[in-house]
Design a binder for this molecule. Structure first.
Ligand code: NCD
Length: 306
């Protein structure tokens, strides 16, 4: 029985708990094909249009991989200098072109709300691949899938979200979803990069509790997951402020050795996780990046109509 009926993937807040569970279940069915064990033609003849106005490695490539592993194909651009946007074409006109060339649109943009704006203009499904400091709902599904794979559950998992909680869109989406699944959340950031009040209000409205601190040491011994984020340099209006804050938290092997936690990160990592963590059992961030493929296969399969 198909219960997933979302047309677009704009914000994780549009997902009911059942919708999330459905996508997580579907994702595990695609693990093998994602690893090239077997093939699928479920989306053969279908085209994903990729409009990326901001840099990307994992999101774009895992979506492309997902689409191709399902027998479909992709068109698109990354960076406004690759399209007529550089000549002054509006995003609205550009999206109308993508609507006529493709079966779904994947958009990343530096402005919050752009994915929603596009979804009101076109008749094909729109997937938000990150809108400024807004939301990154497909990353959240990957993060939840990773947690479920590692722990078999999300409820009561003790997780600290650390780093740039102000501008980090992955945290903005993830905190909401973790909350509805009953995880225990700790927000750890410098004062300047605290999680926005509107996100906290959303949590409070749902009666979701959380804990805030500046100091990882307060909670590190209780954690199941340390979810590290990059300080979002591109969102700072003042470069000096970025330079001052950038080294706020550095996770290295020494800090976590002997603890019973795993380390996650949506990546890219700059220097917030030392490379000496990479070859330890704590590192789950590369697996998390792989999980992008089965999860995005599940999303694409369920929003692109046959
Ligand atoms: C994140 C993003 O773009 O928000 N990257 C990703 O999609 N995995 C995180 C980041 O850029 O720091």
């Amino acid at each position: 029985m198909k219960i997933f009926d979302l047309k677009n993937v704009i914000s994780i807040k549009d997902f009911k708990k059942e919708d999330i569970k459905f996508i997580l279940d579907e994702s595990s069915k695609f693990e093998k094909i994602a690893k090239s064990q077997g093939t699928s033609n479920e989306l053969s003849g279908k085209i994903l249009g990729i409009m990326f106005f901001e840099a990307s490695t994992r999101t774009r490539l895992s979506f492309e991989t997902a689409m191709k592993r399902l027998g479909g194909d992709c068109i698109g651009f990354t960076g406004s200098d690759e399209s007529s946007v550089i000549k002054g074409e509006t995003i609205a006109d550009t999206s109308k072109m993508f609507e006529s060339y493709s079966d779904a649109i994947l958009i990343r943009h530096s402005l919050e709300g752009v994915a929603k704006f596009i979804s009101d203009l076109v008749n094909v499904p729109v997937v938000n691949a990150g809108d400024g400091a807004g939301q990154h709902p497909t990353q959240t599904l990957i993060d939840l899938y990773t947690i479920k794979k590692e722990f078999g559950k999300i409820k009561n998992i003790n997780i600290a979200l650390i780093g740039d909680l102000k501008y980090g869109r992955t945290v903005h989406s993830l905190s909401y979803a973790l909350g509805i699944f009953g995880a225990k959340m700790h927000f750890i950031s410098p004062n300047e990069l605290k999680i926005p009040d509107e996100i906290l209000h959303d949590l409070e409205k749902k009666k979701i509790s959380y804990h805030e601190t500046h100091d990882l040491k307060d909670v590190i011994d209780d954690l199941d997951i340390l979810y590290v984020t990059r300080i979002q340099k591109e969102r700072f209006s003042d470069v000096e402020e970025y330079e001052r804050i950038k080294g706020a938290y550095l996770i290295d092997k020494n800090l976590i050795e002997g603890k019973s936690l795993i380390v996650m990160h949506p990546l890219p990592r700059i220097d917030e996780i030392n490379h000496d963590v990479d070859n330890t059992k704590y590192n789950k961030y590369f697996k998390q990046a792989f999980n992008g493929v089965p999860v995005r296969m599940a999303i694409l399969k369920n929003i692109i109509k046959h």
